[in-house]
Structures are given as structure tokens and as C-alpha cells.
Ligand binder design. Structure first.
Ligand code: BTN
Length: 265
């Protein structure tokens, strides 16, 4: 479906409680737009959606390709209350959780979350999340949660450009997927879960979907030797818990971290 304007998309999303909606047929990056919009006064729980991104960004300054009509690329703007500042690191898992639940609702598939936030189906990535905080001095002004979901096969970049195997919803589900229905469910999910950020219920729901639990994984962090061990789960702060071969428990904070499954012979 091609949208004429933001108003039409706003009407489609009205039951989600979203406050402001911007739709672009083409933009650089919806996260860059979101950061600018925050500065210009975007209200809490607003969304920017684009059919095509020419300078889409992934984590670690990598490129994120968004071909027209093939995927869902959007950024949700939050203006958290001050009490939520210590929970900032949980915004990207929040996005992972609501995307996983939305995909399940629309397709019946059972997505998992590769810590901290990538959404996987059958161990392949279908969604990437880029959470960016905007500060006003030491005060958290807002969070821009950028989400890219692969809908159709043409959304998947060539394999030599992938850090991790990728898939799309339509191939995994075996039928067409309405991306606006997925967006609708994602926004409804934010409405439900954002106030429960950091609660036991939230941590349990995230942990239930954690991929590679009790399997051997390798964690790579910039400038550090890789950590290899059994993935146990997450602690109350959202750190990943790994049990290494010497019996130690290592806690890994959210950052530019790469998590890989270790194939055992
Ligand atoms: C990753 O897995 O590296 C994160 C990818 C995040 C991509 C989304 S698409 C919408 C938003 N705009 C961007 O430029 N990036 C995010």
C-alpha cells in the first residue's frame, strides 16, 4: 500500500495511541530525522516511517539498507520521565520484545531475541534495532528507537554484506505479510510494555524469548579477547550472564557487542 501522506498513516495507526506520525517516501535515516525532530519539539510517543532510506544506519556505524516496499523502517521517539533514565539500556530490549511479540501475533511464527535486541526467526535475523539517546547536559531529553524489519525477500542484503544470517517475514511465514499491520502491533506493544520497563514481568518476557539459552556462545567486544561460554540468561540490570569453561560467571553490559553461536563438533 502506498501512502499519500502522514495523515493517512496516522489514521491507520490511531488505535495505537501514537501521538504524532511522519511518513516519508524517501529519507536519509529515520533515526537522524528523529533526533532532529526531538530537538524541534516532537512529543513523546511519536513515529517517523520511511519507505526508503538512503543513509540508513545500523549499530556500530554500519550501513542499514532499506529498499522501497520491502521492509519496515521506522523510529519511535520517547521522552522518558527522569525516573526512567537509569533504565536507558533497557530501551533496545524493549523494542526487541515488542517486535518479537508483534511478529508472532501477525504471522504465528515464534521469534527469539538475540541478546540484547536482534529479533531472530529460525536463528536468522529479521529485525535490527538502533537505540540512540539524546541528552540535554546530564538530563535525558529523549530516546530514538530505530527499527528495521525485513518483510519481503528483497529486503535481505547480499550474504557478503551480512555479519549474521538474515531472513524475512514473508519467506519464513510462507505468505504475504502486511507491514502496516506489523507496525500497528509494534506500537500497541510499546504502549503496553514501556511503563513496565525493568519490572519482573518485563525481564521474564525478554528472558523467555532469549535465543541460544544454555548453548555455547562467543562474545566479542572491541579491543577485548572474546569470551566463550554457556549463555545462562540476563541479570536484573539486563547484563548477559555467561558461564565460562573455568566455572566463572561473566556479566556483559549492553554495548557494541557481537554475540555468535559456537558450533560444537
Ligand atoms: C542493526 O541491527 O545494526 C540495527 C539496524 C537499525 C536499522 C533501523 S531502520 C530505521 C532506523 N533508521 C536507521 O537509520 N536505522 C534504524
Amino acid at each position: 500500500m502506498i501512502f499519500m501522506d502522514s495523515q493517512e498513516l496516522h489514521e491507520i495507526l490511531q488505535n495505537t495511541g501514537i501521538n504524532q506520525v511522519l511518513y516519508y517516501s524517501e529519507t536519509g535515516s529515520t533515526n537522524d530525522d528523529g533526533i532532529r525532530w526531538l530537538d524541534e519539539g516532537a512529543v513523546d510517543f511519536s513515529v517517523i516511517v520511511s519507505d526508503l532510506q538512503t543513509t540508513g544506519r545500523g549499530r556500530g556505524n554500519r550501513k542499514w539498507v532499506t529498499e522501497p516496499g520491502s521492509s519496515l523502517a521506522f523510529s519511535v521517539i520517547f521522552r522518558p520521565v527522569d525516573a526512567h533514565t537509569p533504565l536507558l539500556a533497557l530501551y533496545s530490549p524493549l523494542a526487541g520484545l515488542v517486535v518479537a511479540q508483534a511478529i508472532e501475533k501477525v504471522t504465528g511464527l515464534q521469534p527469539q531475541i538475540k541478546w540484547p535486541n536482534d529479533v531472530l526467526i529460525a536463528r536468522k535475523k529479521v529485525c535490527g534495532i538502533l537505540s540512540e539517546a539524546v541528552w540535554d547536559g546530564s538530563r535525558l531529553k529523549g530516546v530514538v528507537l530505530g527499527i528495521g524489519i525485513n518483510i519481503a525477500p528483497s529486503s535481505i542484503p547480499p550474504s557478503d554484506q551480512l555479519l549474521f544470517p538474515a531472513a524475512c517475514l514473508e519467506t519464513e511465514a510462507g505468505n504475504p505479510v502486511d507491514r502496516w499491520q506489523v507496525l500497528n502491533e509494534v506500537l500497541l506493544g510499546f504502549r503496553i510494555w514501556r511503563d513496565q520497563l525493568g519490572s519482573q514481568r518485563f525481564m521474564d518476557a525478554w528472558q523467555e524469548r532469549l535465543a541460544f539459552k544454555n548453548e555455547v556462545v562467543m562474545i566479542k567486544q572491541e579491543g577485548q579477547a572474546p569470551t566463550i561460554g554457556i549463555l545462562l540468561g540476563v541479570n536484573p540490570q539486563g547484563y548477559l550472564l555467561i558461564q565460562t569453561a573455568d566455572g566463572n560467571r561473566v556479566e556483559i553490559a549492553v554495548g557494541d557487542v557481537h554475540l555468535r553461536l559456537v558450533e560444537l563438533e
